[in-house]
Ligand binder design. Structure first.
Ligand code: PBG
Length: 334
């Protein structure tokens, strides 16, 4: 027997399992299904509004009366969850609109829960859409984001969102101690059963550009690099995740997704809570734009990107592609 030859040319036939769509589907590590998607929704004042967002083709801002139609579409596609972002009529230095019991987000949460009680309604807990300066908390006169004074504001926002019926609170300001402050406030307010999805590893990313157009939340001065994470810091991301878990987070998030697949993978190996990835606005816009130009196949590229995020280790994905991808996946195996 020629062992050398066998070692050099083993009869490995890897293509056997790729022969048919059913075989490929059955043997893949990850199955991409709508049950893993979370659809973001932007809600605005007014009535009869379905306002397209130029930098996010296919995504619209809804008023409270057009929102139920959209929510029914999403629920009808078997997408289990939405994440809501509110655009208030007025902004001020402390983001008063964010914890107004009749604020845009609180009313939107109620509308969504009334429309589709089983849909998981996630509230993004931050101040940047509600502050006149666009930062995620309270700033001092030189524009620094003040950590501890902002925690009280975030805790009040979380409680008001839970009071309105939010199923999941998702703090996204990247302040130290925010999960602890919110957990304590929720417990005291009788919301011990409401879980926290911590935006734990949130990077200061250029890929948030279209979102800031959509939500009108671009900082009026400076940037978010003194509170969001540096793109080069994967180790710090693990510390953020561990800190948030120690403070009581029930799920953790890595954001953005595609440029941080290594961080998703590391998080997956490190913790046993669900890991959620946020496939952010700029990641969506790039695929949309190239698709529109005919430079890539939008559908194939989107499904491939979502598969990659799952493969990296994400249990669920917040994505502007949720509705489309759910439809595509329902259509055929390809
Ligand atoms: C609020 C928030 C942002 C995003 C989600 N929540 C913007 C930011 O941090 O500037 C971005 C999401 C996206 O780009 O799709 N803090």
């Amino acid at each position: 027997m020629n062992t050398l030859n066998t070692a050099r040319f083993p009869d490995v036939r890897l293509r056997r399992l790729r022969r048919t769509p059913a075989l490929r589907r059955m043997t893949a590590d990850f199955d991409l299904t709508a049950s893993r998607f979370i659809q973001p929704i932007f809600v605005t004042e007014g009535s009869g509004v379905r306002e397209p967002i130029e930098s996010l083709p296919g995504v619209e801002r809804f008023s409270l009366d057009t929102l139920p139609g959209e929510v029914r579409v999403i629920a009808g596609l078997d997408i289990p969850a939405i994440i809501l972002f509110g655009l208030p009529a007025e902004k001020d230095a402390i983001g008063s609109g964010a914890d107004d019991p009749d604020g845009i987000i609180q009313r939107a949460i109620r509308v969504c829960k009334d429309t589709a009680p089983d849909l998981v309604v996630i509230a993004d807990t931050c101040l940047c859409e509600y502050t006149s300066h666009g930062h995620c908390g309270i700033v001092d006169s030189s524009g620094n984001l003040l950590n501890d004074p902002s925690l009280e504001r975030l805790a009040a926002v979380a409680v008001s969102q839970a009071n309105a019926g939010a199923d999941l609170i998702a703090p996204s300001a990247m302040l130290d101690g925010q999960v602890h402050a919110i957990r304590e406030a929720l417990d005291q307010a009788g919301h011990a059963d409401i879980p926290i999805l911590a935006y734990a590893a949130k990077f200061a990313s250029a890929f948030y550009g279209p979102f800031r157009d959509a939500a009108g939340s671009a900082p009026a001065f400076g940037d978010r690099r003194a509170y969001q994470m540096d793109p080069g810091s994967a180790r710090m991301a693990m510390r953020e995740i561990e800190a948030d878990l120690a403070e009581g987070a029930d799920l953790v998030m890595v954001k953005p997704a595609l440029a941080y697949l290594d961080v998703i993978r590391q998080a997956r190996g490190r913790v046993d809570v669900p890991v959620v990835a946020y496939n952010v606005s700029g990641e969506y816009a790039m695929i949309k734009a190239a698709g529109r130009l005919g430079w890539i196949d939008e559908r194939a590229a989107a499904l491939e990107a979502l598969t990659a995020i799952r493969r990296a280790g994400a249990d669920a994905i917040i994505t502007y592609f949720a509705k489309d991808a759910a439809r595509w996946l329902a259509g055929a195996w390809e």
